[in-house]
Write a protein that binds this ligand. Structure first.
Ligand code: VGL
Ligand code: ZN
Length: 200
């Protein structure tokens, strides 16, 4: 069984959004088309309470895109984004959400960010997605969405560690690319056995 995992295709990550990823909206139509080729579709949604600890605005003297130390390690601080129930937290309106068997929300714990669809950024607190996929007999995952070098990569690395067979369709992702984060992410995924693919 093969699942398509669509990471965070939300308005705040698209042009005009609070944490806009260049070209983020270009991937929506081809992601919809790929839904026909898989057994199941899972959508993830970044879903932060107001004042979330990953927001620079929650840290005196810090600006967006600076680093801070959290109890679980270094954390990039972001502009306020994907606040629970806000317009920016909604999926891109053209994304086919009807096809989703599961919509998984993450990042709702005020004290811990959650890039990965599998574990929060402490790398220990599970979201439940592993159990969902395993109990449904899903072994093969294709990952697409936003952003390549953060939530897509963290999800792909965790999935590979959990022994799923993982492909990232790079042409159906877009990156933030902070200080070389995209090349580091690609190297990390290749080293972990994640297949990086593009449409022919
Ligand atoms: C993401 C930064 C903060 C992502 C989410 O979806 O890649 N990036 N929250
Ligand atoms: Zn976030």
């Amino acid at each position: 069984m093969h699942a398509l995992i669509v990471i965070d295709v939300q308005l705040d990550f698209c042009p005009g959004g609070a944490l806009a990823v260049p070209g983020g909206d270009e991937i929506v139509a081809p992601i919809n088309a790929l839904m026909d080729a898989v057994d199941t579709v899972v959508l993830t949604q970044d879903w932060h309470p107001a004042g979330h600890s990953s927001f620079a605005s929650a840290h005196a003297g810090k600006a967006p895109y600076e680093l801070t130390e959290m109890p679980y390690g270094p954390q990039v601080l972001w502009p306020d984004h994907c606040v629970i129930g806000s317009a920016g937290a909604a999926f891109h309106p053209a994304l086919n959400t009807d096809r989703a068997d599961l919509i998984l929300r993450k990042g709702y714990n005020p004290a811990i960010d959650s890039y990965s669809a599998f574990f929060e950024n402490d790398r220990r607190t599970p979201t439940g997605l592993e159990g969902y996929l395993r109990t449904r007999g899903i072994e093969r995952l294709t990952l697409v969405g936003l952003a390549t070098d953060f939530c897509v990569t963290y999800s792909a690395l965790d999935a590979a560690k959990l022994d799923f067979t993982v492909t990232v369709r790079e042409d159906l992702c877009r990156a933030i690319d902070l200080d070389g984060s995209l090349s580091a992410a690609r190297a990390g995924m290749q080293g972990a056995g994640v297949k990086l693919a593009r449409a022919a």
